[in-house]
Ligand binder design. Structure first.
Ligand code: T1G
Length: 695
């Protein structure tokens, strides 16, 4: 036995413990160790049953995801879990799986190869493989429907959300909940001498082909809407539906074929890149290891508008008491009403109990002055996006907030150093750029100023985890990472409309490709006036590649600010539902004629190329300038903050998938046709040779 899997006896029960921190993944040696222990028990007459349990914080959280890259590249042999799990299932003595923490993917499949499963009430079980662009590849799509029924299996495998131990018990996945010590409870269960019961033989819950197909069609429609463009959910449904016409072994073979198709596809590569990327961005090169995050026990927020209110909710949701300040009672009441409404909606949707909502509201203390700010460990300023106003607030805060507290600004574009310059403690000033709605969006762009101390950076990155967000560190450039790149992307979207494409065609090309929303519709959501002001500020600061004149000026001049004014690039009804506006089409053609812009038609791929390549090129410039630390940081910003499809991996990963040489070649051609805006970044030209972004 290797250290990964150890055994011990409890009477006539053999206890098999998996010890592969941090999450007991099925790394090479683990499944083999479990099978060897079960095999040994089979031939040991003094043993009547086996209990398998995980050491540490969880049962098996899945196959070792790091192995997949090695399998695809041929460095490692294909997954061999099926033979091993079949051997466990065929054991002549009962095998009881004891579950705690998260039994996910190959972990749940291993558990289902056992004859019984017991779990602590806090355990969760699931098949999240689709979140990695994969499907269960070790019998999950064959054993789960046998235990929980076809509908539950389809829901769990197509959407990948884990279920609680109680739900698992109710659906038949788990046989008993263990209050108290799990191992004691599992051994007690084994000592009741339950008969061997192979999951493969449990066919009562399977459906006939017609019923299975109609369920599959239902879930397919839902997947095509909610998981647009993703192949794995549909493959998982196909594999589960096959239980209606294939016997177990044929079902396993069919599943393995579908699994392999997913594994060797681009979507799983992209989603695995995002999985590890979301963990890598938390590691800041150059930040001294001994620098520890400071404790954040109390918070304060200035401004109870849409952003301020959402940020206050983030703190309350994490159990951190927060003071929320506004300048007038009216504004404060408005802010609180919106917070209350958000919580009521969460309760209505069953995402929160009324009691929990009440407790969170209790944690938010509304004030009209800086009362309570002296006790705050961190203050987040979220007032209107205007430099003078923010500087005014920061000089106030510098006077009232205690030494050693962090002063953060939620600015989405402005200069952190400029804001910090009005305080006597620029080393305690940092940018914490939340995304709207702040209580929903997972991304937190953390922006370091030139004086920001390592401890403040470490604390802000840790804050992201506390608030259940993904923190990405950015340097202090206009628009940081996300908005800086969005500028050229949106620039090209507007140019394409000026040159003859329709507003709908541009947005449709990107949403069909996978973006959550088209760039022009995003403009209307964020506000054409906001984008116009940001562009004026960028022009004033001499930021390169920002167009002096644009059709957007026409929209702004006519008060077409987007959703908030009922018209922008689109017309909006009172439900804010967009519809194409022939008036915009007329105005833009008029504008183009005035500007003597040649007109032409565009294909979807031309629209994709011009918009996405502009995004990628600006990303390369950010890496050159050191504003973004790594290409993966840019990918995680775009996937979590700008609706970039995770199954395409983010802009920089996508560029590598396309081929950096091809991207560079096309960009040079656009440069020849359109000029300096399209000058390929030096890093792109350099990286094109190796095909990988080089630093
Ligand atoms: N393989 C390898 N490493 C893993 C891993 C895994 N399955 N899960 C986590 N890690 C690493 C992770 O990268 C991090 O490393 C550390 O563990 C802690 O994770 C055949 C095909 C279990 C809920 O999709 O969802 O089985 O950054 O920071 O927030 O059908 O990790 O410290 O170096 O996320 O407490 C299916 C993936 C695989 C589950 C814990 N399983 N993991 O969350 O910690 S495919 C999954 C998670 C499969 C079979 C198929 C979460 C977690 P580092 P963490 P956490």
């Amino acid at each position: 036995m290797s250290d990964l899997v150890t055994t011990a006896r409890q009477g006539t029960v053999l206890v098999v413990t998996i010890n592969n921190p941090p999450v007991n993944a099925l790394s090479p040696g683990v499944p083999e160790g479990i099978a060897a222990a079960v095999r040994a028990a089979a031939s040991d007459d003094s043993v009547h049953a086996v209990v398998v349990i995980g050491a540490g914080r969880t049962f098996i959280a899945g196959a070792d995801i790091r192995e997949f890259g090695r399998i695809v590249s041929g460095e490692a042999p294909p997954l061999n879990l099926n033979e091993i799990l079949t051997e466990i299932e065929n054991a002549p003595k009962p095998v009881i799986m004891a579950l705690h923490g998260t039994a996910l993917g190959g972990g749940l499949e291993t558990a289902m190869s056992g004859h019984y499963r017991v779990a602590v009430p806090s355990a969760k079980v699931g098949q999240p493989e689709v979140k990695l662009g994969l499907i269960p590849g070790a019998g999950g799509t064959q054993r789960l429907p046998r235990l929980a029924g076809v509908e539950t299996a389809m829901r769990m495998c197509a959407f990948g959300e884990p279920v609680s131990a109680a739900e698992a018990l109710a659906s038949g996945i788990v046989d008993r909940l263990i209050e108290g010590d799990l191992l004691t409870g599992a051994v007690a269960f084994a000592n009741e001498h339950p008969p061997v019961r192979r999951t493969r033989d449990l066919t009562a819950k399977l459906l006939d082909p017609a019923a299975a197909e109609s369920l599959r069609t239902l879930f397919q429609d839902s997947c095509r809407t909610k998981l647009k463009g993703q192949a794995a959910p549909l493959a998982a449904l196909e594999s589960i539906a096959a239980t209606a016409r294939l016997d177990f072994d044929a079902g396993i073979t069919n599943e393995a074929r579908l699994f392999s198709e997913c594994l060797f596809g681009t979507q799983s590569k992209a989603l695995i890149h995002v999985f590890f990327g979301e963990r890598a961005v938390g590691r800041i090169p150059g930040l001294p290891k001994e620098v520890q995050p400071l404790p954040l026990r109390r918070a304060a927020v200035v401004g109870a508008g849409t952003m301020g209110g959402g940020i206050a909710m983030c703190f309350a949701n994490a159990g951190v008491p927060v003071v929320l300040k506004e300048t007038t009672q009216g504004a404060l009441d408005l802010g609180l009403a919106s917070i209350r409404r958000n919580y009521e909606n969460s309760v209505k949707r069953g995402r929160l109990t009324a009691e929990a909502a009440g407790q969170r509201l209790e944690l938010i203390k509304p004030v009209l002055h800086y009362d309570g700010f002296e006790e705050a460990d961190i203050v987040v300023e979220a007032v209107f996006e205007e430099l003078a106003l923010k500087k005014h607030v920061f000089s106030d805060l510098d006077a009232v907030v205690r030494e050693g507290a962090i002063l953060a600004t939620n600015t989405s574009t402005l200069d952190i150093d400029e804001i910090a310059s009005v305080t006597n403690r620029p080393e305690w000033v940092i940018g914490t750029h939340f995304f709207s709605p702040a209580n929903v969006m997972r991304l937190l762009e953390v922006v370091r100023g030139k004086a920001t101390s390592p401890a403040v950076i470490a604390t802000a990155m840790e804050l992201a985890k506390t608030l259940k967000k993904v923190g990405v560190l950015s340097g202090n450039a206009f628009g940081f990472i996300g908005n800086r790149m969005f500028g050229p992307y949106r620039h090209e979207a507007i140019r394409l409309v000026e040159e003859g494409a329709s507003v709908e065609q541009v947005d449709r090309a990107l949403t069909d490709w996978g973006m959550a929303m088209g760039p022009l519709a995003v403009g209307d959501l964020a506000g054409v006036d906001v984008a116009w002001r940001v562009r004026q500020e960028a022009i004033r600061l001499g930021i390169p590649h920002i167009e002096a004149a644009s059709f957007e000026d026409e929209l702004f001049a006519r008060g077409r600010y987007g959703q908030k004014s009922g018209a922008g690039w689109y017309l909006y009804d009172d439900q804010r539902k967009p519809s194409p506006d022939p008036e915009v089409e007329r105005l833009v053609r008029e504008y183009a004629a005035c500007q003597a812009i040649p007109q032409r038609s565009f294909t979807h791929s031309e629209i994709l190329e011009r918009t996405l390549f502009a995004l990628i090129n600006e990303g390369a410039r950010l890496l050159e300038e050191g504003i973004a630390l790594r290409p993966v940081d840019i990918d995680i910003v775009y996937v979590n903050g700008y609706g970039f499809p995770a199954w395409r991996g983010g802009p920089m990963h996508y560029a590598e998938t396309l081929g950096l040489q091809r991207v560079a070649d096309r960009m040079r051609a656009l440069y020849d046709e359109f000029g300096p805006f399209w000058k390929p970044a030096a890093l792109l030209e350099h990286s094109a040779r190796s095909g990988r972004w080089s630093q």
